[in-house]
Write a protein that binds this ligand. Structure first.
Ligand code: ADP
Length: 179
């Protein structure tokens, strides 16, 4: 599914493995320790190789951890990208603990990192809807709104953002929120 905004920027949904989609910047669903994990984070480290963790070690030495709702940037090792933005999504409790704001902030931080670096194409996984337990039907509209609002800006350098959704169920939830 593809939507072209009035300013020519493109928002796209596809099913697949994010590590195989070439972009300028690939966003990751990391944890606040930046220590590597399962899910999409594991896939990104496996495909990208050890240089990404080495950079995260340095970032960890400098800042300790990455707060929920924020993100840090590294190079992309062997991945088909220039950068990886490691965003820390909220662990879902009941939806009344600021989860939507924190989730929105993950996407916004990745978009801000993209602007700083001049990344024109960006990919996102469905942050927080795996191990972190965010119901995908609740997360999808938040994620899409955050990215679409940014793409609609006249001055954005981002030309295209693509959500690469791993399973059919997640793709369907995002497709419903998309239309
Ligand atoms: P979180 O801890 O933020 O919930 P997870 O990695 O557990 O992160 O899950 C986030 C989403 O990423 C889930 O929908 C999961 O199915 C998906 N995912 C897992 N592997 C990949 C991959 N290689 N590419 C894209 N999405 C993936």
């Amino acid at each position: 599914m593809t939507q072209t905004l009035p300013n020519g920027r493109v928002l796209r949904l596809m099913q697949g493995d994010i590590t195989r989609v070439a972009v300028d910047a690939m966003c990751n669903a990391a944890n606040s320790a930046l220590a590597g994990g399962g899910g999409v984070d594991g896939a990104i480290h496996r495909a990208g190789g050890p240089s990404i963790m080495r950079e995260l070690d340095q970032i960890r030495a400098r800042i300790g951890h990455c707060p929920t709702g924020s993100a840090v940037a590294t190079g992309a090792g062997n991945l088909p990208a220039k950068w990886v933005f490691h965003a820390v999504g909220p662990v879902y409790q009941d939806g009344r603990h600021g989860e939507a704001g924190l989730l929105m902030s993950c996407y916004a931080t990745c978009l801000a990192l993209a602007e700083e670096r001049g990344a024109e194409t960006l990919s996102f996984p469905s942050i927080s809807t795996g191990v972190y337990g965010y119901p995908v039907d609740e997360a999808a509209p938040v994620a899409l709104r955050a990215v679409k609002e940014h793409l609609a800006r006249e001055d954005t350098r981002v030309r295209e953002a693509v959500f690469v959704l791993f399973d059919q169920w997640t793709l369907e939830a995002y497709s419903r929120a998309f239309s």
